[in-house]
Design a protein around this ligand. Structure first.
Ligand SMILES: O=C(O)CCC(=O)C(=O)O
Length: 275
């Protein structure tokens, strides 16, 4: 495995993220965009609401990305040899819509302990300041979990609209990526993103997250897939690897996984959001 360089790892350890890392070619990124737009056209609604989650269970093309060697090499540098895929989410911001992501920490409601895991954000389209790329508050992963207000704003792309207030925007760093590149971020780093003010879609395919096999789910049940190494802990259920785009059994696996994920995300919440 090639993995992250010592300098990149140092950056990750100090700042809580690393970006950009080259992962896919431009044509592989385009293949993903085509897959998304085919699903949107042939199965309207199939990527909306909770269905934006676990898309690697309904499409062999999405599944293949999660097993990409360049991505897994980088992930292995952070979580070690034994890697599970425990979820994926599409974060799509269309032009003329008001989608944003409030500042938050991924570890807040996800129940994955210990924090031997990392989120990989793959740019399906270019991501930049104009189209609402992510912004990270460097070093914030060294602090504990912070208070999040639940805002349930209709344009917020997060489940509960969970929001850390008073984040100094001028201290955040933009994650600028070319299509096919990825960034990797720590479970505790404070991050968010603003509006897409461009004329094209901003699409992120997010592997949320890659976990070490020693990571347990302390709130509910989770469906995983082995990406590398061995799983001697066997904490989780295993999902079926998709063989057919939007096949009956593929959609059923996605539904089952999403049902459990919603229980985790909304545990203790009086209100349920749209994702
Ligand atoms: O896509 C975005 O703008 C935010 C995604 C995010 O918060 C995440 O991947 O953890």
């Amino acid at each position: 495995m090639t993995g992250l360089t010592a300098k990149q790892l140092d950056h990750y350890k100090n700042k809580g993220y690393i970006s950009p890392v080259n992962a896919l070619s431009l044509s592989e990124a385009k293949e993903i965009r085509n897959e998304i737009e085919k699903i949107e056209k042939d199965w309207p609604g199939a990527l909306e609401g909770v269905n934006r989650n676990y898309v690697h269970l309904i499409s062999p093309i999405f599944n293949k990305i999660c097993l990409n060697k360049n991505i897994l090499d980088a992930v292995e540098s952070i979580v070690g040899d034994n890697i599970l895929i425990c979820g994926t989410t599409l974060f799509i911001k269309n032009p003329n819509e008001k989608g944003f992501v409030s500042f938050h920490q991924d570890a807040k409601y996800i129940g994955l302990e210990p924090h031997n895991w990392v989120t990989v954000w793959l740019a399906v389209t270019d991501a930049n300041e104009q189209n609402g790329c992510m912004r990270m508050l460097p070093g914030s992963h060294k602090e504990n979990l912070k208070k999040h207000d639940q805002k349930f704003d209709k344009n917020n792309l997060l489940t509960r609209g969970q929001t850390i207030t008073n984040v100094p925007l001028d201290k955040t760093e933009p994650i600028i990526l070319k299509a096919g590149q990825v960034s990797l971020h720590h479970p505790l780093i404070v991050h968010g993103s603003g509006l897409n003010q461009s004329n094209d879609r901003r699409i992120g395919f997010v592997i949320q997250s890659y976990i070490g096999s020693n990571v347990n789910q302390v709130i509910g049940k989770m469906y995983v897939q082995l990406a590398r190494g061995i799983d001697k802990y066997k904490y989780h259920e295993y999902s079926k690897v998709p063989v057919e785009l939007m096949g009956k059994s593929e959609v059923s696996s996605q539904n089952k996984a999403n049902e459990e994920l919603s229980k985790i995300f909304y545990s203790g919440s009086k209100k349920i959001g749209k994702f």
